[in-house]
Design a binder for this molecule. Structure first.
Ligand code: UDP
Ligand code: MG
Length: 325
């Protein structure tokens, strides 16, 4: 068994050496030297790439991958997955929120259950604001209600999976990626491993509110058409109500001539136009994504790959970039 560990890193210079130390201990415990630690620099603006190079210079197991710019967490993860050589793949964040030492118990569970995926289910989340915890909780439940795909709640990207799963994820051509949902969509046997999430070891979260909203919108739109259906229902409801309002207006005109109706007219215009704009925006979200997807651009650009284990991976960047199309 050869294990590939994929770690997206964006401005993680302060914690990366400690992550490398802990992850290496955990990986050696499970598979001796038969593993690779793929550190993907997602266009960091600090010294992350320097630290990654330093680590790869002294450790044969490190594979250093650099993206040509910041592509975001999900694409950085996909880029890492596209370079794996192992038969087993662990996805983990660089900030030590997901404990590396859980690798062995997760693997044991995978073997025991004959599962293709063991995903980390967050029992608790230390060091995160009440707002983040509550909003994440609400989001996962909303998503579960809106989609038919069985996406587990309170689950991030921390997971151990077989190579066939990770290869399938890389081959899915969608640009707006919600990898935890894409893995769930694949099916096969997937089991949960409950754990307590630590606080960040160093640095700050790379998911400020605005990115969280964007990520949640991507997830909802990628995995559900229900918002569009709800818009249709709202349209049908408004049409019914307005038919009665219209009939009332005609009847009162017949009975008593014109009526003073400035307030009701204004209310109607405001109500209908705001619902129309909202629904137009919603449709725009779907159409915009279809437009971006139709350009068929590659998902990411890798600028460098170094590994001291095998020289062939150094030339892999071009190939990987081509296959990411
Ligand atoms: N990350 C990345 N690119 C980005 C944002 C984040 O590669 O544009 C990485 C980050 O370095 C970390 C992981 O994705 O290893 C998760 O990010 P973070 O810990 O900031 O998210 P949180 O745990 O706060 O939700
Ligand atoms: Mg984190």
């Amino acid at each position: 068994m050869f294990l590939s560990i994929v770690v997206p890193c964006c401005n993680e210079e302060e914690g990366l050496r400690e992550f490398h130390r802990q992850m290496t201990v955990a990986a050696r415990k499970l598979c001796g030297e038969k593993f690779e630690l793929i550190l993907v620099d997602d266009g960091s603006t600090d010294n992350t790439w320097k630290v990654i190079n330093e680590l790869s210079a002294k450790d044969f197991n490190v594979v250093a991958v650099r993206l040509a710019r910041n592509h975001g967490h999900q694409l950085a993860l996909t880029a890492g997955l596209s370079t794996v050589r192992g038969d087993l793949v662990l996805v983990i964040d660089a900030d030590l929120q997901d404990p590396p030492e859980l690798l062995t118990p997760m693997y044991d569970l995978m073997v025991r259950e004959e599962a293709d995926v063991v995903y980390g289910l967050r029992r608790s989340r230390a060091g995160e604001s009440r707002f983040k915890k509550k909003s994440a909780e609400a989001f996962y439940r909303l998503l579960a209600n809106l989609t038919r795909v069985n996406i587990p709640v309170d689950t991030g990207d921390f997971r151990l999976m077989s190579r066939r799963i990770s290869d399938q994820v890389v081959q899915m051509p969608e640009h707006d990626r919600f990898i935890r949902g894409m893995v769930a969509w694949l099916g096969f046997k997937q089991v949960a491993y409950e754990y307590d999430r630590n606080a960040r070891y160093a640095g700050t979260t790379k998911y400020p509110l605005i990115k969280m909203i964007g990520f949640a919108t991507d997830a909802l739109i990628s995995f559900s058409m229900l918002p569009l259906r709800i818009a249709t229902y709202i349209g049908a409801l408004l049409t019914t109500i307005l038919t009665f309002v219209g009939a009332g207006a005609v009847i009162s005109w017949i009975l008593s001539g014109t009526v003073p109706g400035w307030t009701s007219l204004t209310l109607l215009v405001v109500m209908i136009s705001s619902v129309q704009l909202l629904v137009l925006g919603l449709i725009g979200e779907y159409v915009g994504r279809t437009y971006i997807q139709s350009k068929n651009r590659p998902l990411f650009m890798i600028s460098h790959i170094h590994s001291r284990v095998s020289s062939d991976v150094e030339e892999q960047a071009q190939l990987v970039n081509e296959s990411s199309r």
